[in-house]
Design a protein around this ligand. Structure first.
Ligand SMILES: C[S@@+](CC[C@H](N)C(=O)[O-])C[C@H]1O[C@@H](n2cnc3c(N)ncnc32)[C@H](O)[C@@H]1O
Length: 378
C-alpha cells in the first residue's frame, strides 16, 4: 500500500525519487529527479502521455519470459499469442520515448527469443537491430534437462542504429586488460601490446605486398592469403619510430606496437557477457537477499553489474533511463548509484517491499551524496 507518509518521505528525500500511483503523477513539473511508479506499465505509459517522448536514452526491460513458471512475486504463464501481443503493444509505446540516439535492451530466454526478434524487427525495422548479447546467467550445470541452459539473451535495438553507433560509449579497460600491456624494451612511451601487422589480402592493393627486413637482416613476407597492413614506406617510418616489434631476439615476425596511453575511448563492447564480469542470477539473488532479509526471495533479479554495463554503454550520467518491468528495483538502484535519472514502473506489491525499500536504503547510505539531476525547462 502507498501511504501518505511514504509518499511525502520519498518526495523530500535526496534521491529525487517521486513515488506515485497511476493517476497521481505530477507531470508537467519542470524539475524532477526520478519517478518510481506503481501500476500496470501500459496504464502508466498512458498517464505519462507525451511528456517524455524522445527523452529517454536507454530503456531496459526484463519482462516475464512466458516460461510457464509461477514465481512468488508474479506469474509467468500466458498464451503465446497473448504474451507476444501484449509485449509488442507495450514496446510500441516505449519506442516513442526513445531519444534520437536512444536504445532499448530486452532480456529474454531461448523459449521466446526468436518470436520476439521477429516482432521487434517489425517495430524498429531490421536496420535498427543492433545486437544480441549473450549473458552467461548460470555457471553450474543443470543435469535434469537434455541441455543445461547457461545463457540468456538481451536483444538490442535503437531508434536509429547509426546514431546509436556514433554516440554509444566504449567500456573502460579493466585491470586484466591493462595487465596485458607490457614494456619489455623500456619504451619511454610506456606499456604496449603487440598486434598483428598482417591482414587478410581480400581488398589489398599491390603496395601492401612487400618484403620487410628486420634490423637483424631477416626478411619477412606476408603469409599466404595475407598482406601487410601498411605500404613499405609507412612500415619504414614505423620501424624508425620503434613502433614495430621483431621479438626479443629481433628475428620474429614483425608486429605493431600499440601503446596503452594512445588508445582512447576504451573497449568496443563484445556480444558475449561472462558471468565472471557481470554476475549470474544466483549472485543477484544473494545480493537481493542481503538487501531484503525478512522478505520472500525475489526469484528472477538481474545482477547490478549486468545493468550497469548496459547503462555504461548506452548512456552518460544525467541521462534518463526507463524500466517498465522493475521487479526488485535493480535498474533503478544502478541508475541512482551511477547518476542517471530513471522512470521505474512495477505493478506488484514489491514496488514497496523491494523497489522503494531498496532506494531508501541507498538514500540512507549515500545521503545527499546521490547525484540529483534536474530536467531542464521545456
Ligand atoms: C523478470 S521480473 C523483472 C526483474 C528485474 N529485472 C530485477 O532485476 O529484479 C518482471 C517483473 O515485471 C512485472 N510486471 C509484469 N507485467 C507487468 C505489467 N504489465 N506492468 C508492470 N509490471 C509488470 C512483474 O511483477 C515482475 O516484477
Amino acid at each position: 500500500m502507498f501511504d501518505d507518509a511514504s509518499i511525502k518521505d520519498t518526495i523530500g528525500n535526496p534521491t529525487g525519487v517521486y513515488l506515485a500511483e497511476v493517476g497521481d503523477m505530477r507531470l508537467g513539473e519542470r524539475n524532477f529527479g526520478s519517478i518510481l511508479a506503481r501500476g500496470d506499465n501500459d496504464l502508466v505509459m498512458d498517464a505519462l502521455g507525451t511528456k517524455f517522448h524522445e527523452q529517454v536514452r536507454c530503456i531496459y526491460i526484463d519482462p516475464p519470459y512466458n516460461n510457464m513458471e509461477s514465481y512468488a512475486h508474479y506469474d509467468d504463464r500466458d498464451h503465446h499469442d497473448e504474451w507476444i501481443e501484449k509485449l509488442t503493444r507495450h514496446v510500441k509505446k516505449l519506442k516513442k520515448l526513445l531519444s534520437k540516439d536512444g536504445s532499448i535492451w530486452i532480456s529474454i530466454d531461448d523459449y521466446q527469443v526468436h518470436y520476439l526478434k521477429v516482432a521487434l524487427d517489425g517495430i524498429f525495422g531490421r536496420e535498427n537491430f543492433v545486437s544480441t548479447v549473450i549473458w552467461e546467467h548460470r555457471k553450474t550445470r543443470e543435469n535434469r534437462r537434455a541441455f543445461s541452459n547457461n545463457h540468456e539473451y538481451i536483444l538490442v535495438y535503437a531508434a536509429d542504429a547509426n546514431a546509436f553507433k556514433r554516440s554509444r560509449n566504449r567500456l573502460p579497460y579493466d585491470e586484466t586488460v591493462k595487465g596485458r600491456f607490457k614494456n619489455p624494451d623500456d619504451d619511454p612511451r610506456g606499456p604496449w601490446q603487440s598486434v598483428s601487422l598482417n591482414v587478410q589480402a581480400g581488398h589489398a592493393t599491390k603496395s601492401q605486398f612487400h618484403e620487410i627486413i628486420s634490423p637483424s637482416g631477416k626478411k619477412h613476407v606476408p603469409p599466404a592469403g595475407r598482406c601487410w597492413m601498411y605500404t613499405a614506406e609507412r612500415v619504414s617510418e614505423l620501424v624508425r619510430d620503434n613502433r614495430i616489434w621483431f621479438g626479443k631476439d629481433g628475428q620474429g615476425v614483425p608486429r605493431l606496437k600499440r601503446f596503452l596511453n594512445e588508445i582512447d575511448g576504451g573497449l568496443t563492447p563484445q556480444t558475449l557477457w561472462r558471468a565472471d564480469e557481470v554476475g549470474t542470477t544466483d549472485t543477484a539473488k544473494k545480493d537481493v537477499l542481503r538487501l531484503f532479509p525478512g522478505e520472500t526471495v525475489f526469484d528472477t533479479p538481474k545482477p547490478e553489474q549486468l545493468i550497469q554495463r548496459i547503462f555504461e554503454i548506452s548512456t552518460d550520467p544525467g541521462d534518463l533511463v526507463l524500466d517498465s518491468f522493475l521487479g526488485s528495483g535493480t535498474s533503478a538502484s544502478v541508475a541512482l548509484k551511477t547518476g542517471r535519472r530513471f522512470i521505474g514502473i512495477e505493478r506488484g506489491e514489491h514496488v514497496i517491499t523491494h523497489c522503494h525499500h531498496r532506494l531508501k536504503l541507498l538514500a540512507d547510505k549515500y545521503g545527499s551524496g546521490i547525484r540529483y539531476f534536474e530536467l531542464q525547462g521545456d
